[in-house]
Design a protein around this ligand. Structure first.
Ligand SMILES: *Cc1c(COP(=O)(O)O)cnc(C)c1O
Length: 214
C-alpha cells in the first residue's frame, strides 16, 4: 500500500476499512487485534447485530458501505460514516433523521463514474447541482465521495474511474463542502486506487478470504 501511495504522489493518508460483511463478530475482533479501527458493513441489519456481539473493549468505527434504503435512514445515523449516499432523496432522508436526533452525520456521496447501470450513484454530470443543494442540509457533513470500479477492468479503465471520482470530490470542495475523503479500492483494485489518491480503501476478501455468498 505504501508503495502504491509513493507511486501515485498524492501524499494522502490511507485508512483501511476492513469489510466484515458475511463474517461474524470474530472477524471484527481479529481486525481490531491487528490494529484496524475501521470496519465496513453493507447492510444495516447485519451491522446492528454484529455491533451487539462485539465485546465493548473492541472499539471500532462502523462504516456503512452498501446501498441504503430510505426507510432505514434512522438506523443509519449511528454509523461513523455512510459511504453510500446515492441519491438526493436518500441524502434528504438521512439529513432529516440526523437532525431529529441533533446529530450531524458524516457522509460520502457515491458517484457512478463508469455509468454502469448495475451500479448506484450520482452521475458526474449531476454532481455540481447536487453539491449546491446539499449545502442546505444542516444534518449532513459531506466529507468526500465513494466510487466502485467495474469488476475485472483493465488498469486504464480503473484509472479513468478513480480519476473521475477524484474530480467530483474537487467539485464538492469547490461548492464549499469539507470533502477530503476518497473511498475507493477493493481487494482487486486497491493498489491502483491508492495510486489515484484513495484515502479509504474497503477490503474484504484479501483480509478474510472469500465470502460464502454475496
Ligand atoms: C463487499 C464490498 C467491498 C469489499 O470487497 P472485496 O472485493 O471483498 O475486498 C468493498 N466495498 C463495497 C461497497 C462492498 O460491498
Amino acid at each position: 500500500m505504501s508503495h502504491a501511495r509513493a507511486l501515485g504522489g498524492h501524499h494522502q493518508e490511507v485508512t483501511l476499512v476492513a469489510v466484515t460483511k458475511t463474517h461474524g463478530p470474530d472477524a471484527v475482533r481479529a481486525a481490531w487485534r491487528a490494529g484496524v479501527r475501521d470496519v465496513g458493513e453493507n447492510k444495516v441489519q447485519e451491522a446492528e447485530a454484529k455491533m451487539g456481539q462485539v465485546p465493548p473493549d473492541v472499539l471500532v468505527r462502523w462504516h456503512l458501505i452498501g446501498h441504503l434504503q430510505r426507510n432505514k435512514a434512522k438506523a443509519a445515523v449511528r454509523f461513523a460514516l455512510i459511504h453510500s449516499i446515492d441519491s438526493e432523496r436518500l441524502a434528504l432522508a438521512v439529513n432529516e433523521a440526523a437532525i431529529a436526533v441533533h446529530h450531524v452525520q458524516e457522509v460520502l456521496v457515491q458517484v457512478n463514474v463508469s455509468g454502469e447501470a448495475t451500479k448506484g450513484g450520482i452521475a458526474p454530470a449531476d454532481v455540481a447541482a447536487l453539491a449546491g443543494r446539499l449545502l442546505e442540509c444542516g444534518g449532513l457533513r459531506v466529507v468526500g465521495v465513494m466510487t466502485m470500479a467495474p469488476f475485472d477492468s483493465p488498469e486504464t479503465v480503473l484509472r479513468h474511474v478513480f480519476r473521475g471520482a477524484r474530480a467530483t470530490r474537487e467539485q464538492f470542495r469547490a461548492a464549499g463542502h469539507p470533502a477530503t475523503e476518497l473511498s475507493m479500492g477493493m481487494s482487486d483494485d486497491f493498489e491502483v486506487a491508492v495510486q489515484e489518491g484513495a484515502t479509504l480503501v474497503r477490503l474484504g476478501t484479501v483480509l478474510f478470504g472469500h465470502r460464502a455468498s454475496p
